[in-house]
Design a protein around this ligand. Structure first.
Ligand code: RIB
Ligand code: CA
Length: 325
């Protein structure tokens, strides 16, 4: 697979391409220290076909039709179907982009299934591969089932999902991405793979307001206008569902930022598991059976330098959104 010797991080985003996933795409494309080598698609904010379509359309809008997009699995490992939650429709809109119209993509998805691509990339790129899942962990768990070696081959994984010290956002204790496929998340946490969990503990501390989106609209580009409209829709949904925050949470771009610069967060080493039964299903919590293991495989982000992140974010988003017409 494509990969260069420039010293740039070789990034694969795994997205359920809704509005904050769209920001993660622009963030990585606007990052001089990263090369976006592919997008694997999953379900969650939208169904997987729509996630593929949105990822193709957004990379073209941002002037990067060279980025390959791969279709992943369409539902959780332990289920046989998927439907977008009504609360998700209110946050991301029916099309996953706040009903903003982005031109139909000119190209199609690569025929390689997402899990196969992840296995191939882990072997070919190894420590240079930075993998950022910002939806359910179904594709990564499927890749691990195919080849458990993936756990030690991938260079760095920073995932958006879970909550350790904060309540959940779909139930009292479950965050949306983990709750979509708790079995997959549990398999990932127990696989031995080293991951940084960028969950609600920190993403609810990084917020965007209409003041910033107005700057994107003022760029005068199609991408600047589309992103400003999309994120204004998202800010409107947050104003109704979480008015105490005073803006929208930058969940997925924060995970991408931490993948590129881990020093943006303070972390706690924990061996995590996911509750799979009962009223706490979907909760991310320390695994009591591995409490005394000297080695911890998960670094849970509990503190974030929000100001420094927002500076990076606006600079990189400005570069990506200002590039087009
Ligand atoms: O809980 C927030 C997460 O759920 C984000 O990744 C958002 O895009 C949705 O997938
Ligand atoms: Ca997401």
């Amino acid at each position: 697979m494509a990969g260069n010797e420039s010293g740039k991080a070789q990034v694969i985003l795994d997205l359920d391409t809704g509005i904050d996933d769209a920001m993660a795409i622009a963030y990585v494309l606007g990052s001089p220290d990263a090369e976006l080598v592919g997008i694997t698609c999953t379900y969650g904010n939208v169904e997987v076909g729509r996630s593929v379509r949105n990822s193709l359309a957004l990379t073209e809008l941002l002037g990067h039709p060279e980025v390959p997009v791969y279709r992943g699995l369409g539902h959780a490992l332990a289920s046989d179907g998927f439907e977008v939650l009504p609360s998700t429709l209110r946050i991301h809109g029916v099309n996953g982009m706040g009903e903003v119209e982005v031109p139909e993509p000119m190209r199609e998805a690569d025929p390689t299934p997402a899990a196969d691509l992840i296995v191939r990339a882990a072997h070919e790129l190894g420590p240079r591969l930075v993998y950022v899942p910002t939806g359910p962990l179904t594709n990564l768990a499927a890749a691990l089932r195919r080849d458990p070696e993936v756990a030690r081959l991938i260079g760095r994984v920073a995932l958006m999902g879970g909550a350790l010290t904060q309540p959940g956002n779909v139930s009292a204790c479950a965050e949306a991405n983990v709750s979509q496929d708790p079995e997959a998340a549990d398999e990932v946490f127990r696989s031995g793979m080293r991951v940084t969990m960028v969950g609600l503990d920190v993403t609810h501390q990084t917020l965007l307001t209409r003041e910033e989106t107005a700057r994107w609209r003022a760029l005068g580009t199609a991408a600047g206008r589309a992103y400003a409209d999309m994120i204004d829709y998202y800010i409107g949904a947050y104003a109704e569902s979480a008015p105490q925050l005073g803006g929208c949470a930058l969940h997925d771009p924060l995970a991408a930022a931490v993948a590129l610069d881990p020093s943006l967060v303070r972390t706690l080493p924990v061996n995590l598991k996911v509750d799979l039964a009962g009223p706490t299903r979907g909760r991310t919590i320390g695994d009591e059976t591995r409490l005394n293991d000297p080695e911890k495989t998960c670094a849970v982000a509990l503190g974030v330098d929000s100001e420094r992140f927002l500076g990076h974010f606006m600079e990189r988003m400005g570069r990506a959104l200002g590039a087009g017409e």
